[in-house]
Design a protein around this ligand. Sequence first.
Ligand code: ADP
Ligand code: ASP
Ligand code: MG
Length: 423
Amino acid sequence: MGLIVQKYGGSSVADAEGLKRVASRIVATKKAGHQVVVVVSAMGDTTDELIDLAKEVSPIPNGRELDMLLTAGERISMALLAMAIANLGHEARSFTGSQAGIITTSTHGKARVIDVAPSRITEALKEGAIAIVAGFQGVSQDTNDITTLGRGGSDTTAVALAAALEADVCEIYTDVDGVFSADPRIVPTARKLKTVTYEEMLELAATGAKVLHLRCVEYARRFDLPIHVRSSFSNREGTWVVKDHPEGGEMEQAIISGIAHDKSEAKITIVGVPDRTGVAARIFQSIADADINVDMIVQNVSAAATGLTDISFTLPKSEGANATAVLKKIQGEVGFQSIQYDDQIGKISLVGAGMRSHPGVTATFFASLADAGVNIEMISTSEIRISIVCRINDLEKGVKAAHTAFDLDSEQVEAVVYGGSGR
Ligand code: ADP
Ligand code: ASP
Ligand code: MG
């Protein structure tokens, strides 16, 4: 008998049938003698639909109110799931993030969990009930307002609760059988990974593999909590996210564990920047002050004749308007010529701990892109990752070409996509 935290994503509870199917899985776990805490996402594409609706009434919705609206999605699914479980003869109690003690910072839309005080959950468990918690939400310590943890944040709710409750395992149920060597939606020959390390999963999540929320992996690593990513539509063993690959395991020799792609970023180029000390600092300070995260940055050598250079960087598309406005404000002071905004870019990232000891990875990657006719616009690397930016239309063929070049294609098709719209 143990304590298990299970998280079910939106595609697993997309409709009444899905809710009932998930309810039976939860009851089966309970019947096997475990204490069960469930974290649930909003049904299907509810969160996207609510965002669209908000934008219809206001182009830039107020952060506090948007969070209030979005958290309603998870409240619907938690209550329905509790009802479906009750219908199977077991007691389930649903809790909002705030009731479950998820305490966060106050930044709406991307709040961070700072504390978890799950006394109501422990109480429910002690009384033999199944606890259902609304994912992706909490309450701000400073303002007492309701916050959300960023898109995909229910994974983080689950891991934060699992750590606070000292759960034996945190299971993340989704619409594919685990973490694959690439997104099964674009690479049908992707291979399921038996294990992936926190370090690798952090890089994959940070570069667009949305199967796990980045913060959830950071959290799991901090508490050394194993995560089991698996499908709610099958009984197959999924992928274990752990500290180290097991000795002699299949991944030991692999150079590349996975390939992530990201269509959610845009590129800003600041044209004609005076090549003076302190200019880049001024530009990126103003971006940071607006709470905008930038990713890749490239600065060209300045032209000898003019002493001017161009600086390009990538950032989330959702921050594009904000960043452009911030830069226009400092244009006079910094003295650059113009700003170009390009949202037709895609990013491909190769991730693998084996890269450390294998030279030539970059060459193989770039050759595969060249053969596929994909032009590289930006490059960045870390110890275990290489990322490139290309045209958005070239993204899928680039991912497939690199997947094949690194011998990642599996012989039999195991990358089943059970549900979800891929939105
Ligand atoms: P959920 O609603 O269960 O949270 P998400 O849509 O957030 O599900 O995440 C699951 C999706 O992540 C999959 O359907 C798949 O398209 C996508 N994905 C991207 N990269 C990977 C990968 N490397 N392995 C598995 N799934 C991936
Ligand atoms: N419903 C939220 C989203 O769509 C949170 C989640 O699913 O994890 O982003
Ligand atoms: Mg998700």
